[in-house]
Design a binder for this molecule. Structure first.
Ligand SMILES: *Cc1c(COP(=O)(O)O)cnc(C)c1O
Length: 475
C-alpha cells in the first residue's frame, strides 16, 4: 500500500515513511492510493473477533512494511483491557470500545475508557507503540513538539511516556485548562515528558509551535516532529472502532447502522467515511458541531468558510472549538473524485483565508451519496441534552457526546441503530456537569485526588527563542 498526497505533487510513500511526518511536501495530506474493499465473507469472518484481532485484520490492509508478527504484537500490546480500564455503566472493558444501550436502536460507543478519558487515546496509544518500533528499527529519535488546550496534549503524553527515543515538549496556555487537565499532564514524572505553560492563550502556544517548526534548521537539528490530528496513522487507528461498533449494535451483516460523531478537526468522522468506503454497511454519518459550525455550514450549504482564529467561540465542548478543520481536505479529495488539481485550486483559496462553494458543482450530490448529514448544538442544547440523557436513560454524558446525541436524535432512520460516539467522559468537564445536573461527575478511582500530586511544569513567556533554548538544553 502506497500513500499519495491530496495535492498530487509528492512522491508516493510507504506507511513507515509517512508515520513520523506531518504534511506531505506539497502541502497536502497523505491518503492510501485506494481503500481496500472488504468482502461479505471477510465481514462475516470478522464478527466476533476481539478488538485487537479486528484491528490487526484492518490495519494489515493498510500497512505492508511492518512484518506481520511485529504488527500483530504491537496491536495486541496497544488494545488491552488494562489500558482501556475506565469502562463505566457496567460495560465490559474487554471490548475496548463497549456499547451502551440508551434506548431502542440508540447507543453510545464508549471511546473514552483509556488513560486520559478521551477518545484521542484510541489512536494515540497505537501511535506511541508504532513510533517506538519504527525509531528503534531505524536507529533514530524524535522530539515531539505540540500545543494543547487539553485532550490532545494529555493523550500524547500518556502515549509517549517512557518510550525509547521519544521526547515530548507540550505547550499549554497557563491557567486555561481545568485543574484536572493540568494535573493529568503536569503530574507525569517520566523523564521524557516536558510540560511548558505559556503565559497567554492557546493560539499563542500554537503560534510558537508553528514558528519553531518553520525554522527548518532548528527542526532538522533537533529532530522536531508532531503528533497532530493530520497524522494518517491516527485516522487509520480510528477506522477500527466503526467496525467494532457495527458488530456490537447488530446481529447480522445484513443490517445497517448510523453513527453520530462530535466533530472538530474532522479526524474522527473521516475514519467513519473511510470505513464506509471500505464497505461497512453505514447508512448515515451524522456530523455534530458546537457553536463553531464551520463543518455544519458546509454540509448544509456546500460552502466551506474557515474562520479566523479570533472568530473561534470558546465553548463548553472545548475540544471541538476549531476555526478550520485540518482533516477536511482528505474528505474533499474523495468528494471531487480524487482529482488533486481541484483540491489544489480549492485550498489555494483556503490558504488565503477565503471560502469555496461546491453547491453548484456535480460533486455536491456525492455528499449525500457518502451518507453525510449534519447538525449543530449550542450551550443550551448541550445542557438540556445532558439533563435529558441522565433523566431518560440514566446515563451521564460529557458535553461533546451530548452535542453528538442532540444531532443524532435529529437524524435517526426507522429501524436503523444509531450509535453516538462517546468522545470523552464527564469527569473531565466538571463545571459543565455541575451546571447541568447540580452534582459532580464520578471519577475513576485511580484518578481520585490527582490534583494533589506533585506537578512539574516550566512557566514561560510566549517567546519563541526561550522555547527553542529550553528544547536545545534537553535533547
Ligand atoms: C478531539 C475531540 C473531538 C473532535 O474530534 P475530531 O477528530 O477533531 O473531529 C471531539 N470530542 C472530544 C472530547 C475530543 O477530544
Amino acid at each position: 500500500m502506497r500513500y499519495i498526497s491530496t495535492r498530487g505533487h509528492a512522491a508516493p510513500q510507504a506507511f513507515c515513511d509517512i508515520l513520523l511526518g506531518g504534511l506531505a511536501p506539497d502541502g497536502g495530506l497523505y491518503l492510501p492510493e485506494s481503500y481496500p474493499r472488504i468482502s461479505r465473507a471477510e465481514l462475516d469472518a470478522w464478527r466476533g473477533l476481539s478488538y485487537a484481532d479486528l484491528a490487526y485484520e484492518i490495519l494489515r490492509r493498510f500497512i505492508d512494511d511492518i512484518p506481520s508478527a511485529d504488527l500483530k504484537a504491537i496491536i495486541a500490546r496497544t488494545y488491552t483491557a488494562d489500558v482501556y480500564c475506565h469502562a463505566r455503566n457496567g460495560s465490559d472493558a474487554a471490548r475496548i470500545t463497549p456499547l451502551t444501550r440508551l434506548d431502542e436502536n440508540l447507543y453510545t460507543l464508549e471511546l473514552s475508557n483509556g488513560p486520559t478519558l478521551a477518545f484521542k487515546d484510541m489512536a494515540m496509544q497505537l501511535l506511541g507503540n508504532l513510533f517506538e518500533y519504527v525509531l528503534e528499527r531505524r536507529g533514530e529519535s524524535i522530539n515531539i513538539l505540540g500545543a494543547t488546550s487539553g485532550d490532545t496534549g494529555s493523550a500524547a503524553e500518556y502515549a509517549m511516556r517512557g518510550k525509547h527515543n521519544v521526547k515530548v515538549f507540550m505547550l499549554s496556555p497557563e491557567g486555561r485548562m481545568s485543574a484536572f487537565q493540568r494535573a493529568q499532564m503536569y503530574s507525569l514524572a517520566d523523564a521524557n515528558i516536558f510540560n511548558i505553560a505559556v503565559s497567554g492563550m492557546f493560539d499563542d502556544a500554537q503560534d510558537i509551535v508553528k514558528a519553531v517548526s518553520n525554522d527548518a534548521d532548528f527542526k532538522a537539528r533537533y529532530k522536531i516532529g508532531a503528533v497532530n490530528s493530520i497524522n494518517w496513522a491516527r485516522v487509520l487507528a480510528q477506522i477500527v472502532y466503526y467496525f467494532q461498533g457495527y458488530f456490537l449494535a447488530t446481529q447480522t451483516n445484513d443490517e445497517q447502522v448510523a453513527f453520530a460523531v462530535p466533530s472538530g478537526n474532522f479526524g474522527n468522522i473521516c475514519a467513519g467515511h473511510i470505513a464506509r468506503r471500505m464497505g461497512l454497511p453505514i447508512a448515515r454519518l451524522a456530523l455534530a458541531t458546537n457553536e463553531n459550525d464551520v463543518l455544519d455550514e458546509f454540509f448544509r450549504s456546500g460552502v466551506y468558510r474557515p474562520r479566523a482564529s479570533v472568530e473561534t467561540h470558546v465553548t463548553s465542548s472545548p475540544s471541538m472549538d476549531i476555526s478550520k478543520a485540518s482533516n477536511f481536505e482528505r474528505f474533499v479529495f474523495d468528494l471531487v473524485g480524487r482529482d488533486p488539481a481541484i483540491v489544489r485550486e480549492l485550498w489555494a483559496r483556503v490558504d488565503q483565508g477565503l471560502a469555496f462553494d461546491l453547491s453548484a458543482t456535480p460533486h455536491w450530490a456525492d455528499v449525500a451519496r457518502f451518507g453525510f448529514v449534519s447538525g449543530k448544538s449550542a450551550h443550551g442544547d448541550r445542557i438540556n441534552t445532558i439533563r435529558f440523557a441522565q433523566g431518560r436513560y440514566g446515563v451521564m454524558l460529557d458535553p461533546h457526546t451530548a452535542d453528538g446525541l442532540k444531532v443524532a436524535l435529529e437524524h435517526r432512520l426507522p429501524g436503523v441503530p444509531m450509535i453516538v460516539l462517546e468522545t470523552a467522559q464527564p469527569a473531565k468537564f466538571e463545571d459543565t456537569i455541575r451546571e447541568a445536573l447540580g452534582s459532580e461527575p464520578p471519577r475513576p478511582a485511580d484518578l481520585a485526588g490527582i490534583e494533589q500530586l506533585p506537578q512539574r511544569v516550566a512557566v514561560m513567556a510566549p517567546d519563541v527563542e526561550a522555547v527553542k533554548r529550553f528544547i536545545a538544553e534537553r535533547v
